[in-house]
Design a protein around this ligand. Structure first.
Ligand code: S3P
Length: 436
């Protein structure tokens, strides 16, 4: 797919539902007793794989309309043993969260995924789940998929300090902790997205979250709750909104509106950073639903300047560095993004893939240690062919680059965009973007 510079972007578009919330609504709905209704579910490949896994584990999961789903849950620790391996495709979130939920049930399951997911580290969730009584029956070198996991007969509550700030590790422990008697506690030195905590509370579990140190949190869950079925309205995904948002900032004359975007402060690091760079982004139509806050974002073309992005901001914008790097490629001066170690274990080595994406388009970029520096005089050359490495966010970031660069930008494979943002190209075209 190729993106070219064209007319200003304009209009009002709703990006698809939040991926993190969509996975959690399916999993927690499947662990409640009775009927949960979801609206606005992200119907991307990653989430559809989680829906299939919930069915394979015994929950009734039905699509009743556009983004509207009904789940008949089996109750905490009520999963049945799946007949076939569970295939999570490209999704680390689906795989790791379901590992947690399975670890609290007396069943065995095999977890698998595509070539990208098979490269990603799973020991980070298997370690705490083993402490809770689950057993790894087989795994590839270094704890890679495919992995056989036998859940605990008598799961034990633990107190666990996550070795890296990761909502996936935290969520796996909490979901396993649902089946354990007593209190399961997770301590993180830097707060990561708290959707699991908020949604468990929304379904009636007792969850406490307290500050820990300067940036961290201590989360305690009381085990063996009866989760009550619930109604979940999924807000628009800020990680998807990031792409049209940055495109509008970069394409001269643009003025767009993105309604219903989730504004959970543990997800809004990109907006804070773009504002520091001089971005004109305003919030309107603020509201709350299902424990999460959301707002409409008006975004206008803006002259950006380089900034220093501190490492503490990484958890609140961990998926947004490729698109921030694109914004930096059009910002006057140098932008330094610090503390990006976790980017190396995403859908691709996202630190290297982001740097390569910019480099093949004539942009001055340097990786030193875990930091990424981008230097620009306010415009980018383009003209490159970008290798996406099975990574949806690299593909979308590169196409946004092409909408504003001097010459067109092409990506080798736009197929993976459907994992998180089905309809991306159509939505960008509706705003006026030239994608073909
Ligand atoms: C996610 C957590 C993040 C993020 C991923 C979604 C989640 O991963 O990169 O896209 O929904 O919990 P880590 O928690 O491993 O940083």
């Amino acid at each position: 797919m190729t993106a070219r510079r064209g007319r200003p972007l304009a209009g009002r578009v709703r990006v698809p539902g939040d991926k993190s919330i969509s996975h959690r609504a399916l999993i927690i709905g499947a662990l409640a007793v009775g009927n949960t209704r979801i609206s606005g579910l992200l119907e991307g490949e990653d989430v559809l794989n989680t829906a299939r896994a919930m069915r394979a584990l015994g929950a009734r999961v039905e699509r009743i309309g556009d983004g509207a789903w009904r789940i008949d849950g089996v109750g905490v620790a009520g999963f049945a043993e799946p007949a076939e391996p569970l295939d999570f495709g490209n999704s680390g979130t689906g795989c790791r969260l379901v590992m947690g939920a399975v670890a609290g049930c007396p069943i065995a399951a095999t977890f698998d995924g595509d070539a990208s997911l098979r490269k990603r580290p799973m020991r980070r969730v298997l370690d705490p789940l083993t402490l809770m009584g689950a057993h790894v029956t087989n795994a590839f070198e270094g704890g890679r998929l495919p992995i056989g996991l036998a859940g605990a007969r008598d799961p034990m509550p633990i107190l666990y300090r996550t070795p890296v700030p990761s909502a996936q590790i935290k969520s796996a422990v909490l979901l396993a902790g649902l089946a354990a008697p007593g209190t399961t506690t997770v301590i993180e030195s830097e707060a990561s997205r708290d959707h699991t905590e908020l949604m468990l509370a929304h379904f009636g579990a007792e969850v406490k979250s307290e500050p820990e140190g300067a940036y961290g949190r201590r989360i305690s869950l009381t085990g063996q709750p009866e989760l009550a079925p619930s109604i979940v309205a999924v807000p628009a995904d800020p990680s998807s909104a990031a792409f049209p948002m940055v495109a509008a900032l970069l394409v001269p004359g643009s003025d767009i509106f993105l309604p219903d975007v989730m504004t959970n402060p543990l997800r809004t690091g990109l907006v804070a950073t773009l504002r520091e760079m001089g971005a004109l982004i305003s919030e309107e139509e603020l509201r709350h639903d299902g424990g999460e806050a959301m707002a409409g974002f008006r975004v206008r073309h803006s002259a950006l300047h380089g900034v220093d992005v501190p490492p503490q901001r990484a958890p609140s914008m961990i998926d947004e560095y490729p698109i921030l790097a694109v914004a930096a490629a059009f910002a006057d001066g140098t932008t330094v993004m610090r503390g990006l170690k976790e980017l190396r274990v995403k859908e691709s080595d996202r630190l290297a893939a982001t740097a390569d994406m910019l480099r093949v388009n004539g942009i001055d970029v340097e990786i030193s240690g875990d930091d990424l520096a981008v230097r620009s005089r306010g415009h980018a050359e383009g003209g490159g062919l970008v290798a996406t490495h099975m990574d949806h966010r690299i593909a979308m970031a590169a196409l946004v680059l092409g909408l504003a660069a001097d010459r067109p930008v092409t990506v080798d494979d736009a197929g993976f965009i459907a994992t998180s943002f089905p309809g991306f190209a159509d939505l960008m075209r509706r705003l006026g973007g030239d994608l073909s």
